[in-house]
Each structure stands twice: as C-alpha cells, then as structure tokens.
Design a protein around this ligand. Structure first.
Ligand code: ADP
Length: 331
C-alpha cells in the first residue's frame, strides 16, 4: 500500500518540478531569443548607418548564425531539463519516503493497537462465553450454582469494562491535540486529588502516604496530570505489601522540576524494567499474583500523558526492595 502511495507521490512531485522547470526554460528561451533578435536588429541599423545604400560592399548580418544560436539554446535547455527531471525524480522518490514515513509509523502503531486490544478482549470474552455455555447445558444446575455463575460473570464483565475504559483512555491520549487546555496548576492540588482517588485502596491495605512537597506549580492539563499521578500511585499501592509507606516528594533544579513516588514494594527486575511502558506488558511477578488487577495499560497511558506535557518518566527499582517513579518536567 505504501509503495503505491510512494510512487504516486513521486509522480506528483516530479510533475510539479517538471512544470516549474519547463516554465522557467520557456521564460529563459523567450528572453534570450528576444535579446538575440534585438542584437541582430541593432547590428543591421549600425551597418546601414555605416554603409548607407552601398549594397555591394555592405556586410550582412548572418541570419543562419542567429537561427543556429536559437537552435543550440533549445538543445541546451532540453539537456538541462532532462538532467533536472532525472535528478529530481530520484530526489522525489527519496522525499516521498520521508513524507510518508510518519504516516506509515502511525498506521502501523494503530494496527498494532487494534490487534493487541482485540487479542486482550477476546481471551476473557471466550472464557466468559464457555463458562455460560457449559452451565446452560447442565441439566442439574441449581439456583445457588446459577447465582454463583452470575456473580462470577459480573466480575468478568466488570474487568472487561475496566479494560475497555483503559483502552478508550489510551486511544484518547494518542490523539494529537486531544487535551489542549493547559493552565498553571499547583503540584499540591494535583497530589491532593490523586491521594483522594487512591485512598480506598490505600486504606484497604493500611498503606500510609507521606508527602514532602515544595510550593511549586506546573503548566499542564489538570485532569491529565491527576490521571498520570493516579496511575503511578495506584501501582505503588498495588505492588506494595500491606502496612508500608509511600513517599511523594518534589525536587527542583534550574531547568527541571521532578515529582517522585517512592514505594517499598515488590520492585521490578532488570529484565522487566525496559518493557514496563509497553502496552499490555505485565511483569511476571505481577502476572502471577492473581490478586493484583491490571492489564498492563496504566504505564502506557502515563507515558502518553507525560509526552503531552513534554515530561519524562524515570524509574529506579530494586527487586524486593521497592521502586521510585519520577516525572520530570522541563521548566
Ligand atoms: P498494570 O495494570 O499491570 O499495573 P502498568 O502498565 O501500570 O500495568 O504496569 C506495568 C507493569 O509494571 C506491572 O504489571 C508491574 O509488573 C510493573 N510495575 C509498575 N509499577 C510498579 C511498582 N510501583 N512496583 C512494582 N512493579 C510495578
């Protein structure tokens, strides 16, 4: 598909360049031939003035030479145009690739997103469907069994709902100019909203959240930033054993402002670390723990939000000791 588009674009570039080149060649030809004619005319007048009506001794302007000059001019212009078309053909082909490259990357990314998402949605849907079918065929299904099945199915549906919500969120942050309302926001306001969103989960595990925040502000999208820090704090709680402490702190240098979330949880191994921002990636330690909910989408969403803010996320982690996720904003 992209090869055909590349060829089409090359032809269009070439047509434009050929049109411009031919137009200027015509202009050059008419200007030079006009100059040659003017020169010949001036010569004729000068000769007439010098020799009067003495036709026998009067030298004549070589009309053949003028014709030849014009002919040679046309030939030269044809050769130059041929060269321009050849060189610009090669350049247009190269330029067409460069033009289409970002579009190709975007389409590839979208296709990967669609196939990853449908794969993730298909697995729980298939297991839900087969559980319902098996129980429907069971002639001895009691009311109690049916109720258990319905409540399990509701849990599955809830999980599917949260997966589709996360997918929608990711798609939303992937759109260019999706979240354009930027304003000056105090860090304390963002962290306050983030803590209140994650409080039920923290309370459930008796996890203490300690903050040491400087009175700093950032220019960004309020709801986007709350979402970003909720994902990081939610992970810190999810991957920490009960009764631990999570610390949220800020640091400022001349050029950057950093907000860090430090936990004393399970940590991330060096083999998992490079992949945790990939879509649907879950480290084995998280995957094996059935109790830890998630689809491996949180950090991809967090990265997209950070990108919108021209911020970066840096992770330092030690297996079994804990992790620190830092969001670094450029000032
Ligand atoms: P999930 O929904 O699985 O939490 P994320 O994209 O948020 O998806 O995280 C990807 C993976 O990174 C998680 O499955 C987990 O293995 C690892 N991870 C993220 N945050 C932490 C953390 N604070 N401590 C330990 N592991 C983490």
């Amino acid at each position: 598909m992209f090869n055909r588009a590349r060829l089409k674009l090359t032809v269009w570039y070439l047509l434009i360049i050929t049109f411009i080149s031919l137009f200027f060649s015509l202009v050059i030809y008419s200007l030079i031939s006009h100059e040659v004619d003017r020169f010949a005319q001036a010569q004729r007048f000068r000769i007439q003035r010098q020799f009067g009506n003495n036709f026998f001794t009067m030298p004549i302007v070589d009309e053949q030479l003028i014709k030849e000059t014009k002919y040679r001019l046309i030939l030269n212009l044809i050769v130059v145009n041929g060269g321009i078309i050849l060189i610009s053909g090669a350049l247009a082909y190269f330029l067409a690739e460069k033009t289409l490259q970002p579009i190709q990357e975007m389409v590839d990314e979208q296709n990967r997103f669609i196939s990853d998402s449908s794969h993730e949605l298909r697995t729980p849907l298939t297991s839900l469907k087969s559980a319902l079918e098996v129980n429907l065929r069971d002639k001895h299904l009691t009311l109690k069994d049916a109720k258990t099945l319905i409540s399990e199915s509701i849990n599955d549906v809830n999980r599917l709902q949260s997966l589709s919500d996360e997918l929608l969120q990711l798609a939303q942050y992937q759109k260019p100019n999706g979240h354009t309302k930027f304003e000056k926001i105090f860090i304390s306001k963002i962290i306050e909203a983030t803590i209140s969103k994650t409080k039920p989960l923290a309370d459930k595990k008796a996890i203490r959240i300690h903050t040491t925040l400087q009175p700093l502000s950032v220019f960004g999208n309020f709801y986007g930033l709350i979402e970003l820090f909720t994902i990081l704090l939610d992970n810190a709680i999810k991957y920490s054993p009960p009764k631990k402490t999570i610390t949220i702190s800020t640091q400022k240098t001349n050029k950057t402002m950093e907000i860090s979330i430090k936990d004393c949880g399970i940590g991330i191994s060096n083999t998992d670390l490079p992949h945790i921002f990939d879509r649907f990636y879950r480290a084995d330690s998280a995957r094996s723990k059935e109790t830890v909910n998630g689809y491996g989408l949180g950090l991809s969403i967090a990265k997209k939000i950070a990108d919108i803010h021209h911020a970066s996320i840096i992770v330092k982690s030690q297996l079994g000791k804990g992790s620190t996720f830092s969001v670094i904003f450029q000032l």
